[in-house]
Design a protein around this ligand. Sequence first.
Ligand SMILES: Cc1ncc(COP(=O)(O)O)c(C=O)c1O
Length: 448
Amino acid sequence: MNLSSKEKNSLKKSALKHVIPHFANNAELAKGAKIFTKGEGCYVYDIDGRKYFDSFATLLTTVCGHNRPEVTEAVKNQMELLEFFPNYVDTFTVPLIQLAEKLAELMPGELSVSFFVNSGSEANETAMKMARQYHVENGEPHRYKFIARKDSYHATTLGGGSVTGLTWFREYFEPLLPGCLFVSAARKRDCPENMSEKDYTRKLLSELEETIKFENPKTIAGMIMDPLPGSNTGYPLPPEGYLKGVRGICDKYGIVLIFDEVQTGFGKTGKWFFCEHYDVVPDIMTIGKGFTGGFIPLGATVTTPKIADVFRKGPGHEFRSGSTYGGHTTACAATIANLEIIKNEKLVENAAVTGRYLEDKLLKLQKKYKFIKEVSGIGLLWAVTLDTDKKLGIGGRIREWCWQNGMILRNNGDILVLAPSLIITEKEVDLMLGKIEGAFKFITGNIK
Ligand SMILES: Cc1ncc(COP(=O)(O)O)c(C=O)c1O
């Protein structure tokens, strides 16, 4: 982009004056707006022409990297033919149907009927509405409550915010939806030393079942959970048997089980979907982010014929939800192209193989730097938790050093997140870890 210094400065000023960024950080904004102008593979360029390796895959979206001619071509063709027609009442478009077919092929178990939306938040919002109306249609309108888990993030909306178990996202917006209950997050790493993993799983499942019984099972519509919690808590794996156990309890009490795979779907964990590692299939799965590869917003709430059929019984039973742009025609065309690339370039397999390489390197780094408390994750979703004095803000200083040295890094306090695009090579893993180590060396040499 050929912009003069004056034009660049004017854009930077306008950004601060005319835009409220999502989840804005005023301390960071005080240093100036960061403006991006170009992307290529795992890299992005800012308005001043500086190149950055993006270790957070553009907010966990760009599974096949930036600037893919195959997607550009698909988008251009669709734009020239029919850029948009809504999926409304009784109307469909060809890419939307083809995408729904592809999802039915890709998704585990009976998950084969899609409701398209514009984001992960909307996918979860829709899943909650779907579970509620499913029970209404089955003559159980009193099932309105949801069980969710502490520390999980599901949405920025008020409904999905009600099942988000992180206080920061909820506190200014209460009272939220009534009947949203929280049980413990289930993390293998939290298993007490004097307890076996089996017993720990049993304890968590009995807490869940007790909560259901106490509330009266006939009042519970659904359980919503991220089978692998996200970057906020460092991708902690569940204890063995937990997901199967949850599935069993939901079946026992007629509760709709919703898995939020917005962050973990589409290869990031080394399988198409995280739940496949444990052979457990939910009644509804929500998807977003990597689904569309970052090209054009799209999300989906995917369910089974058992649930979908209650909305297809005849007039008067239709699912009461919808939006103008949900399932946007060109977004569907871009997403089909994204899924083709994932398949053709074997990116799911690459996430598993390169993920193991990354894991190995991270464990070696942990041996070298005693302040690394934990390395956790799977596939190409990893978190490095530091054991440093929170007051020193080391995570933020590492992020800043990386930024100054050409790498975008996401940190949540002292948790550093490494979740690159699935096209990452071993050489780029080395580059990424080289930056992290560079930051460690700089920080340890400069802590006062
Ligand atoms: C697990 C999970 N669910 C849902 C969402 C919401 O998705 P979106 O930001 O596209 O609305 C996110 C976003 O970070 C997420 O990580």
